[in-house]
Design a binder for this molecule. Structure first.
Ligand code: ATP
Ligand code: MG
Length: 389
């Protein structure tokens, strides 16, 4: 029996003229994500995409696990493929569906006949296959209104497909269809969730991390890589730029009033991130900020960090409670990594009484002694790039 993965692309169906581009991007993403699992073929047909293993070696179960996480797939099924005659379809249905049928009480069969040369009409196919299933599994009965399982038979140009049930996909839009954006990633709980949330809407991610060795340890960097690899299971490959931030933090420590340390640090982060983002083709920045969560995330503080960049800053978590954020963090398997205790540059030089209501003028005055342009330039030039998959 030859099994395939059958994908129905939900939201993509709404995209009208763009649909083709969306589907092609999704197929490209799928090819890349399944490429090391063996030989397979991806076929696009009307409203569906089929992943067909080319031989026995293809790791079908692992492919299902990966497909579950690919953005742009609302739901999918495993289906069995057979010859396009009613005897073959009946025989295959009984054999293939046995494990499902043995565990339910009621079912109905729905048929679709894309190949109009097939000699039976859809209702006749349903009737015939339903009858065969009832003969083979006498404990079953048909319930057309509220069945335990819906069995679908599709007769296509090249083969017939039989399937039961539907598996939930990750939803969203194929990564890449919305362009690229740069996520400022720390080792905390919020920014990986922000990254995941925006990748779900079709953004390809470039990540930027500020490291301040020796105040921050190499393990903090490793933690960021691990977090990005969790997000990459959904989004595909993420580029990562590690920015040397020690000099800037030391300068802020020397030249600026203590209650402005965090604010000025964040303004420096935004300036540098904007430059790196522009160089990498990103159209926006993304942060994990949530309104009022900490002193640097009050509205006046956000206004002051925003004012140093012309790029739009996407803050998908801005209106979420910590509990809601943690729920997503657990769902994407990032939480246990996020709570590991390694120092982040935000926890170095933290003021005792951070400013919560800064004005733009007071921020500018507080950072007046810094040679901002030179510091930004050195940080951008010192950034080291790599990739996380
Ligand atoms: P997170 O859990 O994402 O660390 P947080 O609640 O700890 O967020 P802050 O530490 O104030 O909040 O950081 C706010 C946002 O600034 C983060 O969500 C992230 O986008 C960015 N950020 C903070 N620290 C870094 C860093 N070291 N490198 C890159 N971006 C950072
Ligand atoms: Mg943090």
């Amino acid at each position: 029996m030859k099994e395939v993965i059958l994908i129905k692309n939900g939201e993509l169906a709404l995209k009208g003229m763009n649909r083709c581009t969306f589907e092609d991007t999704l197929i490209k993403n799928m090819r890349r994500r399944l490429s090391d699992l063996g030989e397979f073929n991806i076929r696009k047909a009307q409203s569906a995409i089929y992943v067909e293993p080319e031989n026995e070696d293809f790791d079908f179960e692992e492919a299902l696990e990966r497909v579950k996480l690919i953005f742009g797939i609302a739901g999918f099924s495993r289906a069995c493929c057979c010859e396009k005659n009613i005897e073959a379809i009946s025989k295959t249905a009984v054999e293939y569906l046995r494990p499902v049928m043995e565990n339910i009480k009621t079912f109905k069969v729905e048929s679709k006949r894309a190949d109009k040369t097939f000699p039976m009409k859809s209702p006749e196919i349903s009737c015939e296959i339903g009858g065969c299933l009832l003969d083979a599994f006498p404990h079953l009965s048909v319930d057309v209104h509220n069945p335990d399982e819906i069995i679908t038979v599709e007769v296509r140009d090249y083969a017939a497909y039989i399937r039961a049930g539907q598996i939930h996909g990750a939803g969203g839009l194929p990564v890449g269809t919305a362009g690229s954006a740069s996520i400022l990633i720390s080792g905390g709980i919020d920014s990986p969730v922000a990254a995941w949330t925006m990748a779900k809407r079709g953004l390809r991610l470039n990540a930027i991390h500020f490291a301040s060795p020796p105040y921050t340890s190499p393990r903090a960097e490793l933690k960021v890589r691990t977090l990005l690899s969790k997000v990459a299971r959904y989004s595909g490959r993420i580029s990562l730029g590690i920015v040397p931030f020690t000099e800037i933090q030391e300068e802020i420590g020397k030249c600026c009033p203590e209650d402005y340390f965090t604010l000025i640090m964040r303004r420096m982060m935004m300036r540098i991130a904007e430059k790196i983002a522009q160089n990498s083709g990103s159209l926006a920045l993304i942060t994990g900020e949530s309104l009022g969560q900490v002193a640097s995330q009050t509205l006046p503080a956000i206004v002051s960090t925003d004012s140093v960049t012309e790029m739009p800053v996407l803050r998908p978590l801005i209106g979420m409670d910590k509990e809601e954020i943690i729920k997503i963090s657990r769902k994407i398997d990032a939480f246990e990594t996020s709570i590991l205790p390694y120092e982040d540059c935000c926890t170095v030089f933290t003021p005792k009484h951070p400013k919560t209501r800064p004005t733009l003028e007071s921020c500018k005055a507080a950072e007046a002694k810094l040679d901002i342009e030179a510091l930004v330039d050195r940080a951008v030039r010192g950034t080291v790039f790599s990739c996380v998959e």
